[in-house]
Write a protein that binds this ligand. Structure first.
Ligand code: ZN
Length: 75
């Protein structure tokens, strides 16, 4: 499923991966294709499911995504 920026709606979105994940061939490929961005592991535990919009710079994670989803569900 294609990710879209929650702020500007752009699909020019990259997954943020810790530098340790850059050695995984699948992740490596995503980085080469511009679909993933390496961030140093100092980002801490929240790195799973973090995304960055390359158009407006908006950044969000799994929990943000889920809270948006919950808002939609309650409507
Ligand atoms: Zn955006």
């Amino acid at each position: 499923m294609e990710k879209k920026c929650y702020q500007c709606g752009s699909s020019n979105v990259a997954k943020i991966v810790p530098s340790t994940a850059a050695y995984i061939p699948e992740i490596k490929k995503e980085i080469a294709e511009g679909r993933a961005i390496v961030k140093c592991c100092c980002a801490g535990t929240g790195t799973n499911g973090q995304y960055l919009c390359k158009d407006c710079g908006f950044q969000w994670d799994y929990y943000y995504e889920r809270s948006i989803q919950n808002e939609k569900d309650s409507e």
